[in-house]
Design a protein around this ligand. Structure first.
Ligand code: FES
Length: 122
């Protein structure tokens, strides 16, 4: 088991040149919201050990704003606090993946073009 039961990284990158980044989508406010909520709920205690951290660019800017939850390595995007509440309640508290907010991992079949020799490929 890792040092934390769940370790959540929020990309809070803000680009100075105005180009698209998670910071343009309220990432810092979202990170602060989740950090406070996790603390209020007692999830960051020694027993639950859920840690919320800021991160620089996670290289998924076109899919952002993004967070990643370890140890599962599940990527999410979000629009508002209700999305963040759902991630807290379902994933952080109950260990259930929130499919509707999930960003597919790179290299999964969703992003990978079908192989030429695959007879099921269209
Ligand atoms: S700015 Fe957030 S992933 Fe790049």
């Amino acid at each position: 088991m890792g040092h934390f039961d769940k370790h959540v990284f929020f990309c809070t990158n803000q680009r100075e040149d105005g180009s698209d980044c998670c910071g343009n989508h309220g990432a810092q406010r979202a990170r602060d919201y989740v950090k406070n909520k996790v603390k209020e709920l007692g999830l960051s205690s020694h027993q639950n050990r859920i840690r919320i951290n800021s991160a620089g660019c996670l290289d998924r800017c076109d899919e952002g704003p993004v967070i990643v939850v370890y140890p599962e390595g599940i990527w999410y995007t979000y629009v508002d606090e209700s999305d963040l509440d759902e991630i807290i309640e379902q994933h952080l508290k109950n260990g259930l993946i929130v499919e509707r907010l999930k960003v597919p991992a790179r290299g999964t079949p969703v992003d990978t073009p079908p192989l030429r020799d695959d007879p099921s490929a269209v």
